[in-house]
Design a protein around this ligand. Structure first.
Ligand code: GAR
Length: 224
């Protein structure tokens, strides 16, 4: 007898609060996302996202990087752990570790990341603070395929938010996060529906190369 899994399956990697994880759980439970989370993996034993997984009845694992001598050995075990759940897609949702090329090669084309900036602006950390320091009037979030270039893989979908007078890093982060919770489930849905693939030249949606990332505002106008 062959076992056929009915739903598109996700491995979600986290390090912290897991509000993006929660948005994915909610979209799945409410029938807005034709996918299920097979496992949540955290490198941080105290990440609140683990509690969210537990409440939703989702399997979780902790793989603490502090128990490993180096990135290479950690990433090798992390890759084996992820693969043991045979996910269709690996979803980095606030996973705050740089991944080695060996790990990334194992999952190329089937691994997504969400980053709190309008990439290619502000790769790396502390994006909200840097946007405020630069005096930008606009900020946002991006979902992209993961490649060996840090925060540099093919862009898929972005959401823009205004920077308002009186904003601090916290108010700005909250505004960006509220958009992240919309764009991440949307991109995962495209993957689950087989509409989105990573090719040599970049991300292809419905067979068309995305020269620029899709803007959430355009999707909303189109009623999708
Ligand atoms: C999110 O803002 C996500 O974009 C960011 O961490 C936060 C996680 O929040 N990711 C990165 O900065 C990756 N470099 P969450 O745990 O509540 O989903």
């Amino acid at each position: 007898m062959t076992m056929k899994r009915s739903r598109y399956s996700l491995a979600v990697l986290i390090s912290g609060s897991g509000s993006n994880l929660q948005a994915i759980i909610d979209a799945s439970v409410e029938g807005r996302l034709p996918a299920e989370i097979g496992v949540v993996i955290s490198n941080e034993p105290t990440a609140f996202g683990l509690e969210r997984a537990k409440r939703a009845g989702i399997e979780s694992r902790v793989l603490d990087h502090r128990s490993y001598p180096d990135r290479r050995s950690y990433d090798a075990d992390l890759g084996d752990l992820v693969e043991s759940f045979t996910p269709d897609l690996v979803v980095l949702a606030g996973f705050m570790r740089i991944l080695s090329p060996e790990f990334i090669q194992r999952f190329t084309g089937r691994m997504l990341n969400i980053h709190p900036s309008l990439l290619p602006k502000y790769r790396g950390l502390h994006t909200h603070r840097r946007v405020l320091e630069a005096g930008d009037s606009e900020h946002g979030a991006s979902v992209h395929f993961v490649t060996e270039e840090l925060d540099g893989g093919p862009l898929i979908l972005q959401a823009r938010v205004p920077v308002k007078p009186g904003d601090d890093a916290e108010t700005l982060a909250a505004r960006v996060l509220s958009r992240e919770h919309i764009i991440y489930p949307q991109v995962i849905r495209w993957m689950a529906e087989g509409r989105l693939v990573m090719g040599d030249k970049g991300a292809f949606l419905d067979g068309r190369l995305l020269e620029d990332p899709v803007d959430l505002a355009d999707l909303e106008l189109a009623g999708r």
